[in-house]
Design a protein. Structure first.
Length: 281
């Protein structure tokens, strides 16, 4: 059985403090200067309130919102409901989601449809190794984006998870239900790269460091992303804030290193992203 977040998310998760960076006046991803839009450093659908006006062109915004949307839809469903994430694809948005059930002890697993509001979601975070660039001895094996370990918790925007499961079993008159979730690790790495990079630009200024991850963000070129993106092997204690985001000092070279912990209040894994380096621009 999956460990669950014992409170309903609505009562449990704090809001992120709003922060607005000065407008950049050009797309921080491709450099274009027209048709600029507002960028959220952490997706709005995850409760992100760090804003970057005029910092992304429409084309790049389409790319970043695509991978963010994939992550949010599949890995963080209840948060989307919790924060009322606006959907540009309202028409395609299902009101009901498929839930795996076993009707009797001897029957095979099958699927039934459950309303989103009552859906037992799983929140998923992949574990990685430390970014190779930061390792003292970066010898293989390094798993990087090929995650085979996950932090998984059951969650619902408005129910206590365990009670929700019991209630659903009774309501549906079934023997058992099995919550499921899909992991999209490539899109998740793109999202981490985007959060890390846009945060570093906000904090340090556009053009003040050589960015490493633009091909990864814009073209999903992430074959060597284990060099740049990694996580802590052991979890840290839950924090009081919704998310944690900071520039971290590193003695390795002159790397710009960003520490990212999404939903840190839930005790989630900590990620490190080497977004670029100082000195050579
Ligand atoms: Zn752009």
């Amino acid at each position: 059985m999956v460990e669950s977040i014992s409170h309903s998310l609505k009562r449990f998760l704090p809001a992120q403090q709003k922060k607005v960076y000065p407008p950049v006046g050009r797309c921080i991803y491709c450099g274009k200067i027209d048709d600029l839009t507002l960028e959220h450093v952490i997706p709005f659908g995850l409760g992100g309130k760090i804003e970057f006006p005029d910092a992304s062109c429409r084309e790049c915004a389409k790319i970043t919102s695509n991978f963010e949307h994939t992550c949010l839809r599949t890995m963080y469903g209840p948060l989307r409901l919790l924060y009322g994430m606006p959907s540009r694809r309202k028409k395609n948005r299902p009101n009901k989601l498929p839930l795996k059930i076993k009707k009797t002890v001897s029957e095979e697993w099958s699927y039934t449809e459950i309303e989103q509001e009552k859906y037992p979601f799983l929140i998923l975070f992949p574990y990685f190794t430390e970014p190779k660039l930061l390792m003292k001895d970066p010898a293989p094996p390094c798993r990087g984006a090929v995650a085979d370990r996950f932090w998984i918790r059951g969650a619902s925007p408005s129910f206590v998870f365990k009670q929700l499961l019991e209630q659903l079993v009774t309501e549906l008159g079934v023997y058992s239900i099995m919550p499921e979730a899909k992991a999209h690790v490539v899109e998740f790495c793109q999202m981490l790269a985007k959060i890390g990079y846009s945060f570093a630009v906000g904090e340090l200024g556009y053009g003040n460091f050589e960015p490493f991850l633009l091909p990864g963000i814009l073209k999903a070129e992430l074959s060597d992303c284990d060099s740049f993106i990694g996580s802590k092997v052991s979890d840290e204690a839950p924090s009081e804030s919704l998310h944690e985001l900071s520039i971290v000092e590193t003695d390795k070279s002159n790397y710009v290193l960003v520490r990212i912990r999404l939903l840190s209040k839930l005790g989630t894994p900590t990620y490190f992203v080497v977004v670029g380096r100082f000195g050579i621009v």
